[in-house]
Design a protein around this ligand. Structure first.
Ligand SMILES: [Mn+2]
Length: 322
């Protein structure tokens, strides 16, 4: 629940400068919620520095304020930190080196796997995304939504709900969207920019990855593989998790969809997991030291692609149960 304690902390007079960050591998919700959070705090008269280890993917460069994000890990003199859309503080990557232990940390997130790492924690697994939670903060703190805020929050919601398709999309989500749309935002352009702006090479590589689809003998587990050499050809490919994994998820009869991304340099494989409803993929990711949500999660596993695929599919079979 949104507590007065947290609101008081955000309003606190002695907090003049805020550090705001979100998770590595920036995507729509991380960017939308952190940039809207920054604007909200500025509206309260605060100085805000947004820091991310990664740069925003090209398709998100239109977002208001994205150009002001800091990427150098130079010490920041701040009074309080707000971390959004992170299940754990380690998710902010190198930005963790800027965190001072003696300064309050505010954790605003919707991952069920959240470790309650903050001094103030507002974790709402029922929320469709962190942006939806930040929207609630605008209301609770009496800050008026401007067009730029509406663009940021709408983008976060659109991205994290898979364009309002996923199970976390609620009546409230649509209500928030309805209110945001009153600010005359161009929803079609936002959709085009984030969902329909792939490069030619990306689409060609999509073809290869989709053609690599495999299933287990029951057809309940389907997986796709992204090879390291493909990412070398097109580095932005690694950001296209949702666009790709939907092909595995949309196969009839599938209960668990997996995308394996090979990172040969560190001999690791990044796995993205999606459920179609029955299987809790947060629990499945947890077996491999990862986490996320019931319907969508991730993990990073050491080993060769072949080994990791075998291990994860084996565990997935146990979760699917036969
Ligand atoms: Mn999110």
């Amino acid at each position: 629940m949104l507590q007065k304690k947290l609101l008081d902390e955000l309003r606190k007079k002695s907090h003049k400068t805020y550090l705001v960050s979100a998770h590595i591998h920036l995507e729509g919700d991380a960017l939308g919620s952190e940039l809207a959070m920054a604007r909200l705090l500025r509206a309260l008269g605060k100085k805000v520095i947004v820091v991310n280890e990664d740069f925003a993917p090209l398709e998100y460069e239109f977002l208001p304020g994205v150009g002001d994000i800091r990427h150098e890990m130079k010490k920041i003199d701040y009074d309080a930190a707000v971390i959004v859309d992170c299940s754990d503080v380690s998710r902010i990557g190198k930005v963790a080196s800027l965190i001072c232990d003696n300064k309050p940390m505010i954790n605003i997130d919707h991952h069920i796997s959240n470790t309650m790492f903050g001094d103030f924690n507002w974790v709402k697994p029922k929320a469709s995304c962190a942006s939806e939670m930040v929207y609630e903060l605008y209301g609770a703190l009496g800050v008026e939504i401007k067009k730029e805020d509406a663009i940021l929050l709408y983008t976060g919601i659109l991205a994290d709900t898979g364009s309002f398709r996923y199970a976390t999309t609620s009546a409230w989500t649509h209500e928030v969207v309805s209110r945001l749309m009153r600010h005359n935002i161009d929803v079609y352009q936002i959709h085009r920019r984030i969902n329909e702006s792939f490069s030619f090479r990306t689409i060609q590589l999509f073809g290869k990855i989709i053609a690599s689809i495999e299933t287990d003998e029951t057809g309940k587990i389907a997986w796709l593989v992204m090879r390291q050499h493909m990412v070398k050809i097109e580095p932005t490919l690694a950001d296209q998790t949702d666009a790709l994994i939907q092909f595995a998820r949309s196969l009839k009869g599938v209960e668990v969809a997996l995308l394996f991304k090979e990172v040969r340099k560190s001999r690791e494989v990044r796995i993205n997991l999606r459920s179609t409803g029955k299987v809790d993929v947060n629990a499945l990711a947890h077996v491999f030291g990862g986490g996320g949500h019931r319907m969508a999660s991730g993990a990073t596993v050491r080993g060769s692609l072949k080994q990791v695929v075998a291990r994860v599919v084996f565990e997935a079979k146990r979760k699917v149960g036969r």
